[in-house]
Design a protein around this ligand. Structure first.
Ligand SMILES: [Zn+2]
Length: 256
């Protein structure tokens, strides 16, 4: 304030005597080892909730898609999990370079796969999880489905295989892109345009539909990155309509 007042030629500009500059900071800059360890533990702990989209975006009718309002219960996914938020320190720092546009596709690294397994176990045993033993526990997933990717097929397929192997569940197949459809990448187009593109591009082929019917239970839906949540919403809808009794989205990272 003194500085500002001087700039404004205030002749009475003077130290206030009350602020940290005048009175000295009231807090020291030392942090206890215990507090540091707790913070490190929190930041390094894998897992973030992925809330499913519950409403279709407005304006779908205008772009020729007959979906609107609340997503029907029979087409919804359960809430999902991500290993981390892309914006966070901790796992975000590990995931950002892995999921950067210029990074070459490769199978999922061991430390990341192991951390995803930890997330899965915490999820299963957590409140309402399928291994929680609670009366309101979710049904146990009985298979793994991946989201096809043109850009990171090895990453997603290897992650799907690993989860199937660890969870002793079959890898049922992929929600794929219709022949000729371009992958719907992260873009700045509006939600309605994005849902329209996904709605036209994503398909559950008959082999996957048969596999879904044969396992008779919910499935884990594996993808690399969820930015707007529309890919998971459209893929979950397709899986539910094809006979999946439930969908648990599981991604490496969420954008938000
Ligand atoms: Zn002051």
């Amino acid at each position: 304030m003194e500085f500002l007042r001087r700039q404004l030629d205030d002749e009475e500009a003077a130290a206030c005597g009350r602020c940290d500059n005048c009175a000295g900071a009231r807090f020291d800059d030392q942090v206890s080892t215990a507090a540091l360890d707790t913070a490190r533990g929190e930041l390094g702990r894998p897992g973030a909730e992925v809330e499913p989209r519950k409403m279709w975006p407005t304006g779908l009718a205008a772009v020729g898609v007959d979906l609107k309002g609340r997503i029907p219960t029979g087409e919804l996914s359960f809430s999902g999990r991500a290993l981390g938020r892309l914006s966070d320190i901790g796992w975000g720092n590990r995931l950002r370079p892995m999921l950067a546009a210029q990074t070459q596709d490769a199978p999922v690294p061991d430390d990341v796969a192991n951390a995803v397994v930890t997330v899965l176990v915490d999820w299963a045993k957590g409140p309402g999880g399928w291994a929680s033993g609670n009366a309101d526990a979710a049904p146990r997933p009985v298979g793994v489905v991946t989201v096809a990717s043109h850009s990171r097929p090895q990453l997603i397929q290897s992650l799907g295989s690993r989860i199937a192997e660890v969870g002793r569940m079959p890898l049922l197949g992929s929600v794929t892109y219709a022949p000729g459809a371009a992958e719907v990448r992260i873009s700045r187009t509006n939600s309605a345009q994005r849902v329209r593109a996904l709605h036209e591009a994503l398909v559950v082929e008959p082999e996957l539909a048969e596999a879904l019917a044969s396992v008779g239970g919910p499935v884990l839906l594996v993808d690399d990155l969820s930015d707007t949540g529309w890919t998971l919403a459209v893929a979950s809808r397709l899986l539910r309509r094809a006979g999946a009794e439930g969908v648990f989205p599981l991604v490496l990272a969420v954008q938000a």
